[in-house]
Design a protein around this ligand. Structure first.
Ligand code: ZN
Length: 316
């Protein structure tokens, strides 16, 4: 570890482990999972690049893995485990949570967890919804996650966003109490500028923004004593991936600056301390208590009249 990193807050490094054709909310030739086996697989070679970067930085990460991918590439998941990385769950068929019924969600979750636990040998306690699709209307998913042994959710974007996004949600991790037990909700990092919240630390935002903006985001969160969560998809470092025909804005966000992602990640990993989601949360001093009331997330001990729509509020 370089001396400038010593004493720095630990940040979470996440990889959403999926194929290049796992797109959310856009019609492609691969909408139906039955077509997936006919597509060229890039996930192993792309993940190898990310593993090399993590290895160079001597950092561990959390790989939120699509169950279907773990079924096709069990050796990759075993390698992640052997290298000391954490394996989390990214559902089985990569469907947006709010497009499913609670029964469909539970069925998909169980299937993916069974594969992931068997192949990785890990308990698998962390979860990310595809496309960060956790919205207020699907908070019913939390007790289902907890019943199935998930104790950390990393699906909330506390800012407006196309697939999900809960503007006004706490920027700090919270402890959410449900009838099935408690789980930690660790929201994606955002930066606040001109009265707006904007993600900066992962995916298309990370590829689009310049390093000074990204560093500003890290600084703002670290000053509040808050770790940053970074995320990347294997396809985002692969300029050779097949190109999908996507709507104009979606296509721009999907492919912008792919050629420079690898170098950007190398810079990030050199500049900041990164670890798994679990290791990062271990360094968080205390988690404010929240509960699910009438399908909403509210601070514990606060009486909230039903239907007022009070969400988890920022701790600062
Ligand atoms: Zn995904």
């Amino acid at each position: 570890m370089s001396s400038e990193k010593t004493g720095q807050i630990l940040n979470a490094f996440c990889i959403d482990l999926e194929e290049w054709f796992h797109v959310c909310e856009a019609s492609t030739p691969y909408d139906d999972p039955k077509t997936w086996d006919s597509a060229a697989s890039h996930v192993v070679k792309d993940t190898e690049v990310i593993l090399r970067l993590l290895d160079e930085a001597k950092a561990h990460a959390t790989f939120l893995t699509v169950g279907w991918v773990a079924e096709r590439h069990p050796e990759l998941i075993r390698r992640l485990n052997d290298a000391g990385h954490e394996v989390g769950c990214h559902t089985h068929f990569h469907r947006l949570v709010y497009t499913l019924t609670p029964e469909e969600f539970a069925q998909d979750l169980k299937r993916s967890l069974e594969v992931l636990r068997q192949v990785s040998g890990q308990t698998v306690i962390s979860f990310r919804a595809p496309g960060f699709s956790m919205k207020r209307e699907c908070f019913w998913a939390y007790p289902i996650l907890r019943e199935n042994g998930i104790t950390v959710d990393v699906s909330v974007v506390p800012a407006p966003r196309d697939h999900g996004g809960i503007d006004g949600f706490s920027r700090d991790p919270i402890l959410l109490h449900t009838d099935a037990g408690a789980l930690t909700v660790f929201p994606l990092s955002v930066l606040s500028a001109l009265g707006r919240r904007v993600p900066f630390s992962g995916g298309g935002y990370l590829r689009l923004f310049s390093m000074p903006i990204i560093k500003y985001g890290f600084r703002q969160n670290h000053r509040a004593g808050r770790p940053v969560m970074t995320y990347i998809h294997p396809r985002e470092i692969d300029p050779q991936q097949p190109r999908l025909e996507l709507p104009r804005l979606k296509g721009f966000k999907y492919y912008v600056n792919i050629a420079s992602t690898e170098e950007k990640l190398r810079t990030l990993l050199k500049t900041y301390r990164f670890g798994t989601v679990t290791d990062t949360l271990a360094g968080v001093q205390s988690l404010p208590d929240y509960q699910l009331v009438d399908g909403d997330i509210v601070p514990m001990g606060v009486r909230v009249p039903p239907g007022t729509g009070r969400l988890a509020q920022p701790a600062i």
